[in-house]
Design a protein around this ligand. Structure first.
Ligand SMILES: *Cc1c(COP(=O)(O)O)cnc(C)c1O
Length: 363
């Protein structure tokens, strides 16, 4: 008699879940980590002591404030959330994407997003039991307005995600094309501004102009990826409903206390993100000067580049062997064939990456 659970797994785990590939995060070992859009800078030593003093006073035996009122007020101010709009917090913005999907899920319901974009939109749609429709971007990764409007008309999506700037391409879509999508959409449009700290533009101010617009932000890419804290801004009528899909106490006491502390010392994060924006420009110039690469302009803290045909895998592996981990995107082929993505690190990390890549390209 076999004791393997395979038959029962096949019988009971939903087919759409079995068909998924789990989100894969490689073990970085002690490599220079330029794969996940993290801020490379730690907190100043003096602030670490002050932060630990705050944590010392946190009551671990008590449940957190389920509404995280103090933290929300601090975020409202720090993120420039307009008057009359409210916030919903998530354990990372990933959790908010899942809450949004759960709130609108149903037979024949559709989530729509341009492609390539953030992979979690597709993954979460599948897990929540929604149909996913991806609309290809143009060759230069601009939004294809005509194709988007046609897909919206025919699929009537419950939820549209627009990452602004887009991941993994790094560009801001044309704001007029974005507004056309928002106006043509029968359901919710979520503008995902994970990289707002690095970009010239935002839709936060536009919230009051559209009754179907929500803006998603996170503290991850601005320097607090370990905290797991995202926020969804928008009209209370939407947020009150989406809040019902939230598990109580989703933002733990350590995250609440740490995020409040970090926001009270926001100048540190602002300096770090300003340095990353400057270093992004030098990294862009240096990459563009290497032979054979097509480098895409970025409004985020990463840069997408296309290698000479057929070389992306070997370049990625070569960098790994030299202790530098970036992101390999060529696997899916299509628009990202031959593409790699590098996160902007410290000037020393960027230099090590560029030297290694230059060596590999010359080999
Ligand atoms: C990184 C990223 C997120 C997820 O961020 P978390 O808050 O860390 O879950 C969401 N959207 C986009 C476009 C991202 O690149």
């Amino acid at each position: 008699m076999s004791r393997s659970p395979d038959d029962k797994v096949r019988r009971w785990i939903r087919p759409e879940v079995r068909a998924l590939t789990a989100y894969h995060v490689p073990d970085p070992g002690d490599a220079i980590k330029l794969d996940a859009m993290e801020n490379p800078y730690p907190w100043p030593e003096a602030l670490v002591d002050e932060w630990l003093d705050v944590l010392r006073r946190v009551s671990l035996n008590r449940y957190p404030d389920p509404a995280a009122r103090r933290l929300k007020a601090a975020l409202q101010e720090a993120m420039g959330v307009p008057e009359g709009m409210e916030l919903l917090l998530g354990n990372g913005s990933d959790e908010l994407i899942q809450m949004l999907a759960l709130a609108v899920a149903g037979p024949e319901r559709v989530i729509l997003a341009p492609e390539p974009s953030f992979v979690m939109y597709r993954l979460i749609a599948a897990v929540a039991g929604l149909r996913y429709v991806g609309v290809p971007l143009q060759a230069d990764f601009a939004l294809d307005s005509e194709a988007m409007l046609a897909a919206i008309a025919s699929h009537q999506p419950a939820l549209v995600f627009l990452a602004y700037p887009n991941n993994p391409t790094g560009n801001l879509f044309d704001a007029t094309a974005m507004r056309a999508v928002i106006e043509a959409s029968p359901g919710l449009v979520v503008v995902d501004e994970a990289y707002a700290a690095f970009a010239r533009d935002s839709f936060m101010e536009a919230l009051a102009e559209h009754d179907n617009l929500l803006v998603l932000r996170t503290v991850s890419k601005m320097g607090l990826a370990g905290l797991r804290l995202g926020l969804l801004a928008g009209a209370p009528a939407w947020l009150e409903e989406i809040d019902k899909t939230r598990l109580p106490y989703n933002i733990n006491v350590l995250t609440q206390a740490s995020a409040e502390f970090a926001l009270a010392h926001r100048a540190v994060l602002d300096e770090q993100t300003a340095a990353i924006r400057r270093d992004r420009e030098s990294l862009f110039q240096a990459l563009a000067a290497l032979p054979g690469l097509q480098v895409y302009p970025s409004e985020a803290n990463f840069i997408l580049f296309r290698t000479p045909p057929g070389r992306a895998a070997a370049l990625f592996e070569g960098l790994r062997e030299r202790g530098i981990l970036i992101k390999y995107l060529s696997g899916a082929g299509g628009a990202l064939a031959d593409c790699l993505r590098v996160t902007v690190g410290t000037p020393e990390e960027n230099r090590a990456f560029l030297d290694a890549l230059a060596g590999l390209l010359a080999a």
